[in-house]
Design a binder for this molecule. Structure first.
Ligand SMILES: C[S@@+](CC[C@H](N)C(=O)[O-])C[C@H]1O[C@@H](n2cnc3c(N)ncnc32)[C@H](O)[C@@H]1O
Length: 172
């Protein structure tokens, strides 16, 4: 049975603070395509901070990999080990806490999110730019990701100490 079955979906009894949009699972093909955008090497450590049903975690290439998932009792906000990559679709209701903590512990943070989640707040933009910069933004329709809303989404790659240009293109 799916971890999140039964709550549009999700285990809302054990994690009553989670909102339905926190529990939108990424289609496996979309997770695979997104992982393919990035140059993960076998010696890298990749963390999925909120693995859900594992669309990202199960598809990372050969590397050291770890996961957190609050519904399985592992809270990312308490994870302290540094990693090379975080690649995932994060929960939206705690997006800013996730972003802050991800930037602190990972050299590369790649989030599949509604684009507005990142650019709607100067505090969030500053958080990213004070840490480094944005390497790439690949835009994609939310419906293609199976997301139940109409906002444009994007795979956003944020990198520590990155001061180069940002590539903005369509997800192809
Ligand atoms: C939008 S879903 C995406 C799940 C998965 N990454 C995917 O792309 O299919 C976000 C996930 O974050 C989990 N979550 C929420 N808060 C968390 C926390 N503090 N630590 C770890 N996982 C959390 C939720 O239970 C949910 O599974």
């Amino acid at each position: 049975m799916s971890l999140h079955e039964g709550f549009g979906s999700g285990n809302k009894d054990s994690t009553p603070d989670l909102k339905p949009n926190d529990l939108v699972m990424t289609p496996v093909n979309i997770a695979q395509e997104m992982i393919g955008f990035y140059e993960i090497e076998p010696h890298h450590h990749v963390l999925d901070p909120c693995k859900g049903d594992g669309a990202f975690y199960d598809n990372y290439p050969e590397c050291t990999k770890s996961w957190c998932e609050i519904t399985e009792g592992v809270d990312f906000l308490k994870w302290n080990k540094t990693v090379d990559w975080i690649i995932t679709n994060p929960p939206y209701s705690v997006f800013e806490d996730f972003l802050r903590h991800a930037l602190k512990i990972a050299d590369n943070v790649c989030f599949l999110v509604p684009l507005a989640k990142v650019v709607s707040s100067l505090r969030r933009i500053d958080m990213i730019l004070d840490n480094g910069g944005i390497v790439s933004i690949r835009t994609i329709g939310a419906s293609r990701c199976g997301f139940p809303f109409g906002f444009p989404a994007a795979a956003i790659h944020m990198k520590r100490n990155y001061k180069g240009r940002t590539k903005i293109e369509k997800w192809r």
